[in-house]
Design a protein around this ligand. Structure first.
Ligand code: IVH
Length: 752
């Protein structure tokens, strides 16, 4: 498969179920990391187009294997948790993200899907607004009795940052509005024009201050200043395009609502148009694309929204995106330049990541000098399955390469021009040892990444592990961030997490020594020790997450904590399971071999026997422990294996034990029941529904935590039967399953 032409959907289609599972796990981690970099740190880590491709691949895999959908699935999340420093604001109505279309065909599918969902005839009218997608950051403005009372960033969609004082400095944002609903939440995009961005960067560099990579980062950095005087000095603008809570509706259609916002004193985008057909929508897309270079601000696509607000409310939302809107993205931007060198960076789990050092080149208005080269195979010109990519062309130092980005920094090397290859350029030899510590760097079967085996001996890994340990979702020690960890590690003060808790004692006069360091004073040193002491008591799930065990992210850590309740129970079970881990791996291999043999011999594979033979050697206790771990909802063999590996490595285990000995680990309380009346229930719909389509009914039920099934069985809790219900109603009656009609269902879910 050639990734230059293969779509993310093609890539998803090529994977087996086991590969898909592992890939979904990678995608969850990578996308979460990209979300944090982009939304929380204003420092994008991968280009937008690449991010979009990852999300598409994730969605395609989930569509193929719905049962593999993870509980931390990126499709259920927008953005990242808010940064520290601002008060948090819980949005009364969630701030949503948008689904993406890349090809004209995606847009046609989107419109067809909406018609089907609403049960509209193909010729029934269905109008959409089309407007530019502004490349800035979204902001929600709350007015009460006509006065601006609060401005909040999106954050993770549920909780954002309170930036009211800063928003008040933006000229496009009215302080008061007349003849508006009593409660009015206006949502839109804060952005910076190209001219203002250039001028700001010139001023910044003249003063020796940090310059911004692009207008979006400049806008985000300027809005999220703790000092509003700084925001005031930055020329930010605002386009209104949507709303949150309202005490009265603004209008009956999207376009009329925008007019209303306009008359209330907000800027709305002048390129917004009402389109009656898909062809109109595409024509307007091309028109906006043409105008893009002359607009004077960045846009990265066109947003289409169902115009009729009553239909919007029927269509409702998926977990993070409205069903009634979609963003049609512009294609990526490209440039050619010289690849000067390939550097290798070492990450927390020891992954060796190749980075291209480029002769600086401007791509879409941004100077690019580094790009990702993904992994060893990518450089060699093959994909994970060994099939050629870029027609099999490898990448060498000195090559003339194509750099690709779409909107944001850290772009990637997409192609190579062999006709420009310098004479004598040698194929790139990916290091077989870690460039940081010299340990062997090995690549496990099925892994696209080569990893350093040095563990905590490797300074790069140790530092990354420590950074993870102190990060916000882990120990979150105030005053001990990535920078401080790097310094303390470089000076030999901390080599592993337990050392953090010994800092004060080990440096006897800890305070004295810390305060003598550059950048520290008596107060900050005291605060640091206090913050460390506070974290000696830590919730179990945070402890598990903080260990930085491969595949054990925040969600898995919480699942494990909920199941085991205490550290000792977890550790004992993992230790007991150790002997089963190897058997599980052997069983997988044996099953694969048996399948192949059976296929060759034209017989049915004897899978149960094969598995039983491997497991026969494993002590019952080990097997029970393994089954207990893999039986936890959301935890599979990959996580179990990773736990067993980490706990079974003597050095790593000793380091974990030293840490736990310093701590008071808070046990995890048993889970509480969810509050929707249908949460956790299995519901079946049958017969014809009159107030909504089947798809709509299913989506509403799932949003309330119910499981919707297509057939009635003993596991069914509730059958919702409309007129014309047949065999399912009969079967439900036979099984004693409760059966109600559509109105009773609506009353039950509070929608009657
Ligand atoms: S509508 C419920 N319209 O794009 C729908 N969003 O990728 C909310 N954006 O979070 C969004 N221009 O920050 C909408 N004309 C526009 C937009 C727009 C830019 C941003 C917005 C959103 C993101 C989704």
């Amino acid at each position: 498969m050639d990734p230059q032409t293969a779509t993310p959907e093609d890539r998803a289609a090529a994977l087996s179920e086991a590969e898909a599972k592992a890939r979904l796990e990678d995608l969850a981690t990578t996308i979460a990391r990209a979300d944090e970099a982009y939304h929380r740190d204003d420092a994008p880590w991968i280009p937008d187009a690449e991010y979009d491709a990852l999300k598409r691949e994730n969605a395609a895999l989930e569509a193929r294997f719905p049962h593999l959908k993870r509980r931390d699935s990126p499709s259920d999340r927008v953005g990242a948790a808010p940064a520290e420093g601002f008060a948090k604001v819980r949005h009364r109505m969630r701030m949503m993200s948008l689904g993406n279309a890349f090809e004209d065909e995606d847009l046609r599918d989107f419109v067809t899907g909406i018609r089907r969902y609403l049960g509209l005839a193909p010729d029934a009218p269905l109008a959409f607004t089309a407007e530019p997608k502004i490349d800035g950051l979204s902001l929600s403005l709350r007015y009460e009795d006509g006065r601006l009372v609060q401005a909040a960033t999106r954050g993770d969609g549920e909780v954002g940052e309170n930036v009211t004082a800063n928003a008040r400095t933006i000229a496009d944002i009215p302080q008061t509005v007349e003849d508006a609903p009593e409660v009015l939440e206006v949502r839109g995009e804060v952005y910076m024009s190209h001219a203002d961005f250039e001028a700001l960067n010139t001023r910044q560099s003249a003063r020796g201050d940090k310059t911004f990579a692009n207008p979006r980062n400049a806008a985000a950095g300027s809005l999220r200043q703790l000092d509003p005087a700084i925001t005031r000095a930055r020329p930010l603008r605002f386009f209104a395009y949507s709303w949150g809570e309202l005490s009265d509706p603004l209008a009956a259609t999207q376009i009329a609502a925008l007019d209303r916002l306009d008359s209330l004193g907000f800027q709305t985008n002048p390129l917004t148009e009402l389109c009656e057909t898909v062809d109109d929508m595409l024509a307007h897309y091309r028109q906006i694309e043409q105008a893009r270079a002359t607009l004077g601000y960045d846009i990265d696509g066109v947003v289409y929204k169902v115009d009729d607000l009553a239909l919007q409310s029927r269509l409702g939302f998926r977990s993070t995106t409205p069903r009634w809107a979609i963003a049609h993205k512009f294609p990526a931007e490209l440039a050619w330049t010289r690849l000067e060198a390939i550097d290798i960076q070492v990450g927390r789990t020891g992954a060796l990541s190749p980075v291209a050092r480029l002769k600086p080149v401007t791509v879409g208005g941004v100077v690019v000098s580094n790009a990702t080269l993904h992994n060893e195979d990518y450089i060699a010109g093959r994909d994970a399955t060994g099939a050629p990519i870029r027609g099999g062309k490898d990448i060498r130092e000195g090559d003339w390469v194509q750099v690709y980005r779409a909107g944001d920094v850290i772009p990637k090397v997409a192609d190579v021009d062999l006709s420009n290859r310098p004479e004598g350029a040698a194929p790139y030899a990916f290091p077989a040892t870690c460039p940081q510590c010299g340990s062997d760097a090995v690549r496990e079967e099925g892994d696209s990444v080569r990893r350093c085996t040095g563990g905590l001996v490797c300074p790069a890994q140790a530092v990354e592990k420590l950074k993870h340990f102190v990060s916000r979702s882990a120990f979150d020690i105030e005053g001990l961030g990535a920078k401080q960890v790097e310094q303390f590690h470089a000076d030999g003060w901390i080599a592993e997490p337990a050392d953090i808790f010994a800092l004060q004692d080990r440096y006897g006069s800890g305070l004295q020594q810390v305060k003598n360091r550059e950048g520290w004073g008596e107060k900050s040193a005291e605060n640091l020790f206090r913050a460390i002491e506070e974290k000696r008591t830590i919730p179990l799930k945070r402890l598990i997450f903080s260990l930085g065990i491969r595949h054990v992210g925040e969600v898995a850590a919480a699942d494990l904590a909920r199941h085991f309740g205490t550290w000792d129970k977890l550790a004992q079970t993992v230790d007991r399971a150790a002997r089963a881990g190897a058997a599980a791996r052997r069983a997988e291999d044996a099953v694969a071999a048996e399948r192949a043999a059976a296929a060759d011999e034209g017989r049915k594979p004897r899978l149960a026997d094969t598995k039983a033979a491997v497991w026969a050697d494993v002590p019952q206790e080990a097997r029970a422990a393994w089954e207990e771990i893999t039986g936890i909802d959301g935890i599979g063999a990959t996580v179990a294996q990773a736990l067993v590996t980490a706990f079974g490595q003597p050095r790593e285990r000793a380091s974990i034990d030293r840490l736990v000995a310093c701590l008071e680990v808070e046990p995890e309380a048993a889970p509480t029941a969810a509050d929707s009346p249908v949460a956790g229930k299995t519901v079946v719909f049958t017969g014809s529904l009159e107030k909504m389509t089947r798809a709509e009914a299913k989506a509403r039920a799932e949003a309330l935590g119910a499981k919707v099934s297509g057939s009635v069985s003993a596991k069914t809790d509730l059958l919702v039967a409309g007129p014309g219900a047949g065999s399912k109603a009969k079967k439900a009656a036979d099984l004693g399953v409760e059966t109600i009609d559509e109105d009773a269902w609506l009353a039950l879910i509070g929608d009657g």
